[in-house]
Design a protein around this ligand. Structure first.
Ligand SMILES: Cc1cc2nc3c(=O)[nH]c(=O)nc-3n(C[C@H](O)[C@H](O)[C@H](O)COP(=O)(O)O)c2cc1C
Length: 238
């Protein structure tokens, strides 16, 4: 599957079949996660694969009782190791890079799941203490998200998305994109618009020309009519 296709097809799947997922699938998702970009390539993440039903139940509980999660055969708890980020980047490493590094890994995981036609969902709502205990996470690590994986029972419809014009500016904040077709390389649309404009101009000119011709003909007819009337009234001039 092309990247563009996976980006467009990806959904947050919350209905799963109660059926185990082959390890090969899990391996590919983990492989995609580890290949994500990270600040200074520090790769300060750990991924805990949980298939055990009793742990999955505890995780769902920790995730503010999102019960549907229990059915998903695989939970991957994505953890940041902030110590490493702080060592290199201080507060910025702790508050920004650790979170962003894990987010990049998570998106890779979701796109890989989509590519393999399996369901996945990014879960960010959880009680950190409960989640740490459910997956026996060491004190220094911080869970960032849980990714559920499994065969989907239902594929969600596309949610509403803002348009590019709604979310993008040109050159500076607040400056809207004037010609979205040019930005998107939709030259077909651009060309069609130019053709439509040209047709409109041509139609206006055609109408003007036709009015001018009609007026000229009417003028001629009127002139001849007037000459005939004068002839009838005064008689032929000699
Ligand atoms: C940071 C973050 C946290 C999220 N947390 C949850 C969550 O706790 N439970 C859930 O069902 N979905 C969660 N989602 C999924 C979003 O609800 C979902 O991405 C959004 O509604 C758009 O739908 P889509 O993913 O199908 O495009 C989360 C997504 C992100 C990025």
């Amino acid at each position: 599957m092309e990247v563009q296709e996976a980006i467009r097809k990806r959904r947050s799947v919350r209905k799963y079949l109660d059926k185990p997922l082959p390890w090969e699938y899990i391996g590919r998702v983990l492989d995609a996660a580890r290949l994500a970009p990270s600040s200074g390539n520090i790769q300060n993440w750990k991924f805990i694969v949980v298939t055990d039903p009793s742990r999955r139940k505890k995780i769902a509980e920790a995730c503010l009782q999102q019960r549907w999660m229990e059915v998903a055969p695989v939970h991957i708890v994505v953890c940041a190791e902030p110590k490493k980020a702080i060592q290199f980047y201080g507060i910025r490493g702790d508050r920004l890079y650790s979170i962003q590094n894990c987010a990049a890994a998570i998106e890779n995981m979701l796109l890989t799941a989509t590519d393999m036609d399996i369901g996945a969902c990014w879960i960010g709502a959880f009680d950190e203490g409960m989640l740490k205990s459910a997956a026996s996470i060491q004190e220094e690590a911080r869970p960032q998200a849980v990714v559920t994986l499994g065969y989907y029972a239902e594929y969600p419809k596309e949610p509403v998305h803002y348009t590019i014009e709604n979310v993008a500016f040109m050159q500076r904040w607040g400056s809207r994109i004037a010609d979205i077709d040019a930005v998107m390389g939709n030259y077909g649309n651009k060309l069609q618009r130019h053709i439509a404009n040209a047709q409109e101009i041509a139609n206006v000119k055609k109408q003007k020309l036709s009015d001018q011709i009609k007026n000229k003909i009417k003028e001629q007819i009127d002139k001849r009519k007037q000459a005939r009337d004068e002839k009838e009234f005064f008689g032929p001039t000699k």
